[in-house]
Every structure is written in C-alpha cells, then in structure tokens.
Design a protein. Structure first.
Lengths: 224, 199
C-alpha cells in the first residue's frame, strides 16, 4: 500500500520509513513535513493514507483541508510517538481520521494505516474516554453559550454581532443610529448577560463555541 | 550471543523509550547496519547489559534512580535522544542525538561513544586546555543543567558575564549555541557540575 509520511524530524523520518517499508510492506514516500512538498507528493503518489507527525499540530487543520481537496482525498493519520490527550483532541478536531501513539509498536501503526484505508477511524481505546469527555464538555459549553445568546434582546444581539465584527462603541452607534452612550450601555448589558468581563471575552465566547453563524442568522431573522 | 544474559559482549545497543514504534524503527535500521539491538520499555527495572544505552528523553523517561544506577557503570555509554539541554544533572550523558539529525548522526554517535570508551580522558583534552579556568567552570555548570542566571549566582558573577563566557567558549570550541557547547564538552570529558575551586 502507498503511504505518504510527513515528518520534519529527520531521524524519525528515516527510521520509521525504512522500518515500515521493510517490515510491513508499505510503499512509504517521506516528506519534510512542509504542506506544499507533502501535497506535491500526494498528487504524485495518490496514496489512500497520509501519515503526519504530531509535531505538525500547528498546520494540521490546513493539512486536513487541503488533503480533502485532493483528487484521491487521502485520509490523515496523526502519529504521536509519546501521545497526549491535548494533541489527540486537536487532531480529531482538525479533521484527522485517525490518531495513533507509539506505545503499541510498529504493528499498531501499520494496523492503523490499514484501518484508515478501509474507511475506519482510529483512536487508541485507552484515550477514547478522555476524548469523549472533552468533546461532550465542549458541546455543553456551546449549548450553554447558545442559551445565553437566546436570552439577549434582538437589539443586544445586533450589538454583539457588531462587536464580533470588530466595531467599537462609536462604530456600533453609527450603524444603529443611536448615541455612543446608548451603544455603551447596550454593550455593558450584553457582557453582563453573557457572563463575561470584557469585549474580547465576549468575542472569544462567540468564536470558540462556534456561534458566529448562529448569531448572524438570528440578527438577520429579526431584521426581516 | 549472550548480550542480555548478564554478560556484556559485542556492540550491544539498548533503546530505552516509551514510544515502542519509534524504538522498533530505530532498532530495525541499526540492526540492518550490523548492530545488536534490544528495545526496552521505559518501566524497565532489569540490569542493562549493553555497550550503549540510547535514552529517549522526549517523555517521562525511566526513574531517575534507574538511570543513575546505570550511569554508575563506567563501561556503559549513555546517549540521549532528543532535547540536547541537560536537564537531568544527576545523570551523565556521553553524547546527545537530536531528532532532526539523521540516522547517520545516530550511528556516528554510537560508534564514537564506543570507541572513546577506553581512551576518553577524564581530564581535559587539548581543546579544553585552551579554555580559561572560569570558562571551564561555566562549562561544567552548564553541563549540570544550570541556566545563565543560576551559573552567574553560583560563580558570583553577572549573567551578562556568563553569556559572554559562553560565547567565547563556543567560538573557542568552534560550535554554535549552548546545546552544542554542552554536547562538545561531554565528548571532551567534562563532568557535570564539578567545579574545581582550586583551579
């Protein structure tokens, strides 16, 4: 089976590729872990699975997005030798189809590659509990934030939407044809109802709970 | 061959890591190049019978006590894999191999530590002679894992002086950065943390 292996750390790249090739018959094409060079190899090799080193976590989201655009649309397996709940969560949220640590040895890595090629998803069973708990937690946070959004008046939602849009009180006042003082009062009430202490926190709350679209729809609905 | 039977023979390499996949991969590539290799989990409590012990320092490694016990064996060379900054001052490392360096580098480090085992002087080499007394003190404290501030405090000098010492040392040794100074100093036979006040 053909696999592209994106690993910037030379020692790991050289040893892992050679071992997976020799011991598990994988046709491994190594890359330096840069997005562009990896996509180039993916376009050339057309592998069903791409393995990405966990040190690439900052570009993982881009990796997943760009791989989906590829004709072969390979599935991404994150290999994290040491393993961490944080990185597992990040990998799954970025859109990786699998995450595997080094604890199970090479046989587990090769098994994960085969499973992804079959269309399955892979998460270490021992880490599944943590993953589910964290995902549920995030879900609950989003629901709570959505409830607080509903508690806002239509006007306050407009104010919040403008805040998220990056406007200050004067800007909000200009858009809504109200005085800057009134705009400030609205903002204060929005912050209080959302249970946050600053504009930045309010914006972060909307952004991190994925409510930006929902807020926009609510504002549009009340405007029409 | 009885490398693991308690008797120490041949070019035995032991890889100590919690990352079994990477351990196996390193073992496989080293075996193909003629080394005898054994992969150990990080919870190992047995006697290590090898010429060279490769310790993966990316995660919580084996208990310090185990490493220290192994380090007491003067015939066992210990090579650290990963971060080259010595953060475990109680354990001696004979060489450091970074993950972004290639397999050739690892093999060279293993070969070098094997070869220097009998010839490595505990006193300084010619290069170290060129270092001043103060510079040698800075190097030994750097090897012990102290940062510039702690070295300064230890020697009752300013942090800036420590920095300028480190720069001079690096240029004398022909290396760049503290990590390289530390790695080089280890190869030269410096022992972490032993400042000879009489010098």
């Amino acid at each position: 089976m053909r696999v592209v292996y994106a690993e910037p750390q030379r020692l790991l790249r050289e040893t892992m590729c050679e071992a997976l090739r020799d011991l598990y018959n994988l046709e491994v094409t190594p890359t330096d872990g840069e997005l562009d060079t990896t996509l180039l190899q993916v376009a050339r090799v057309r592998p069903p699975v791409v393995i990405a080193s966990s040190v690439l976590h900052e570009t993982l989201l881009d990796f997943c997005d760009r791989l989906r655009e590829q004709e072969a649309s390979p599935r991404l397996l994150v290999f994290d030798g040491i393993g961490s709940d944080e990185r597992l969560l990040h990998a799954i949220e970025s859109g990786a189809a699998g995450y595997i640590t080094g604890h199970g040895g090479l046989v587990a890595v090769a098994g994960a590659v085969a499973a992804l090629a079959r269309g399955e998803s892979v998460v270490p069973p021992a880490m599944l509990g943590t993953l589910l708990r964290r995902l549920i937690e995030r879900q609950r946070e989003a629901v709570q934030a959505a409830e607080r959004l509903v508690a806002l008046t239509p006007r306050e939602r407009e104010v919040l939407a403008l805040l998220v849009d990056g406007r200050d009180s004067a800007g909000i006042a200009a858009v809504l044809y109200i005085s800057p003082e009134t705009a400030k009062t609205h903002v204060q009430r929005v912050l209080r109802k959302l249970g946050v202490h600053s504009r930045v926190e309010a914006i972060a709350l909307v952004a991190t709970t994925g409510l930006a679209d929902r807020l926009e729809r609510m504002v549009e609905r009340s405007a029409s | 061959m009885g490398v693991w039977g308690g008797e120490r023979v041949g070019a035995g390499l032991a890889v100590l890591t919690a990352d079994a996949a990477t351990g196996e991969a390193i073992a496989h590539t080293c075996r193909r190049r003629g080394l005898q290799v054994r992969v150990l989990g990080s919870d190992v409590d047995k006697d290590v019978r090898a010429e060279v012990l490769l310790v993966d320092r990316r995660s919580e490694g084996p208990p310090e006590a185990d490493l220290r016990r192994w380090a007491e064996d003067p015939d066992l060379r210990i090579v650290a894999l990963g971060d080259p900054t010595p953060s475990a001052p109680t354990v001696r490392y004979d060489a450091f191999v970074r993950l972004d360096e290639g397999l050739d580098h690892l093999l060279r480090a293993i070969a070098t530590t094997e070869r220097t085992r009998r010839t490595l002087p505990t006193v300084s080499s010619a290069e170290a002679e060129e270092l001043s007394v103060r510079e040698r003190q800075v190097v030994t404290l750097l090897l012990a894992g102290l940062d510039a501030g702690s070295i300064a405090a230890q020697l009752s000098i300013t942090e800036n002086t420590v920095r300028s010492h480190l720069q001079n040392i690096a240029s004398k040794l022909g290396v760049r950065g503290r990590a390289e100074v530390a790695a080089r100093a280890l190869k030269m036979g410096f022992v972490p943390g032993e400042v000879d006040q009489g010098m």
